[in-house]
Ligand binder design. Structure first.
Ligand SMILES: Nc1nc2c(c(=O)[nH]1)N[C@H]1C(S)=C(S)[C@@H](COP(=O)(O)O)O[C@H]1N2
Ligand SMILES: [Mo]
Length: 396
């Protein structure tokens, strides 16, 4: 994986001095005239590959450039042949299907929509400060935003003709994931049929996407096609999609039935009783200045992202920023359009004094949902959305 990324992206990997040295000599460079570029992603783990962008670069663009888009994998990245791969449509349908990329592109209207993907574990490292949790220690960068093009899941399901007792739509990926007990199973997700068939403000509830920001999907992001479920946690947007099953119940796949639930303990009984997480929650973070920055002068421009609850019609209503630990708040300017299922970037100018130690943001959406001062702890570290702060030093 590391050679692959290094060669294709041409960026230095901070994690491997040997590989970096090879790359440098291959490009006629020595270490001391290495280009002063940083890798666009901070690697959380190489295998499986998990990486998040630097927050200050992340919030520089409404549409996240593909090489900067966070990557969340539970297993190896499958290398698929776009001509050979088919997605099957089975279960409670009258006309099962097996569709290639070419057939998907030829048979269905292409929809192009913006949607934010966020991992349910985004900001887990902050939640761990309340009490330690396991899982990838994401900072606030397990979120990115793109424009996705593909076929509406509803059009595919209509072609397959749903049976009357259809209630849920399952997805399965082509990536073999090895569990702790050594068993191998695909990554899977499940969404209610109502979501799958919806079309809110021209945004399909589900998309079989083959383009990301107008480009062919990269292997890490699901080549040749993936599910995209606007408004739902990233785990419902299955990459390397190869099976769609229509059912009368949610998928029994581990990532629906066990993982991705807000639980207080490791008890299977507790998990079994709870619904899977579907929608993402209101959230927001400061991207610039970065934590630890020194601020010169009596003002600072603060900018970041704000995410509304992932429900139809819900947008960002207010972003408030403080430079005095939450005693006084300034409204940030919201940049770009406010759309459901989409983040909104914002910026604000704040006063800085010798006493300024922290910059803090809190976000409210149009449903009145607000980031709490402290998020609630849960055993798996999901959906953390407490106020986001960065520590700064007030310089002269
Ligand atoms: N097949 C498959 N799909 C998957 C995953 C995976 O491991 N395998 N990870 C999920 C999770 S948890 C997230 S947050 C998103 C991340 O999408 P990205 O890597 O394109 O950012 O993909 C989802 N789809
Ligand atoms: Mo995720």
């Amino acid at each position: 994986m590391s050679h692959f990324l290094l060669n294709r992206r041409g960026f230095l990997r901070t994690s491997s001095a040997t590989v970096a040295g090879l790359w440098l000599s291959g490009h006629g460079l020595r270490a001391d005239d290495a280009p002063a570029r940083r890798s666009p992603l901070k690697v959380q783990s190489e295998s499986p590959f998990n990486a998040e962008p630097h927050l200050d670069s992340l919030i520089a663009n409404r549409l996240t450039p593909v090489e900067q888009f966070f990557v969340r994998c539970h297993g190896p990245v499958p290398k698929l042949n776009a001509d050979a791969v088919k997605v099957s449509v089975e279960g409670l349908v009258h006309r099962p299907q097996a569709l290639t990329l070419a057939e998907i592109r030829a048979k269905f209207v292409e929809h192009t929509v913006e949607a934010t993907l966020t991992c349910a574990g985004n900001r887990r490292s902050e939640l761990s400060q309340i009490k330690k949790v396991g899982g990838v220690a994401w900072e606030a960068g397990a979120i990115s935003h793109a424009e996705w093009s593909g076929a509406a899941l509803s059009d595919i399901l209509k072609l397959a003709e749903l049976k009357p007792d259809a209630k849920h739509v399952w997805f399965e990926g082509a990536d073999p994931i090895t569990d702790k007990d050594g068993s191998v199973a695909p990554f899977g997700a499940s969404i209610p049929l109502e979501k799958a068939m919806s079309l809110d403000a021209q945004v399909p509830g589900g998309l079989i996407a083959y383009l990301m920001n107008g480009q062919t999907l990269t292997p890490e992001h699901g080549f040749p096609f993936r599910g995209i479920v606007p408004g739902y946690i990233g785990a419902r947007s299955v990459k390397w999609l190869n099976k769609i099953v229509v059912s009368d119940r949610p998928s029994p796949n581990h990532y629906v039935a066990d993982a991705y639930k807000v639980v207080q303990t490791d008890s299977p009984e507790e998990r079994a009783k709870l619904d899977p997480i579907y929608e993402f929650v209101v959230n927001g973070a400061i991207g610039s200045p970065v934590s630890g920055a020194t601020i010169k002068g009596s003002k600072v421009t603060v900018s970041g992202y704000a995410l509304p609850t992932g429900r139809p019609g819900c947008t960002i209503q207010q972003v408030s920023v403080s430079s005095d630990g939450g005693k006084s708040w300034t409204d940030a300017k919201l940049n770009g359009p406010g759309r459901a299922f989409c983040w909104q970037l914002w910026s604000a100018e704040l006063p800085v004094t010798a006493a300024t130690q922290q910059l803090t943001v809190r976000v409210r959406d149009s449903l009145g949902n607000e980031q709490p001062q402290k998020g609630t702890w849960n055993f798996k570290g999901y959906l953390y959305n407490g106020w986001h702060s960065v520590s700064v030093k007030a310089g002269a």
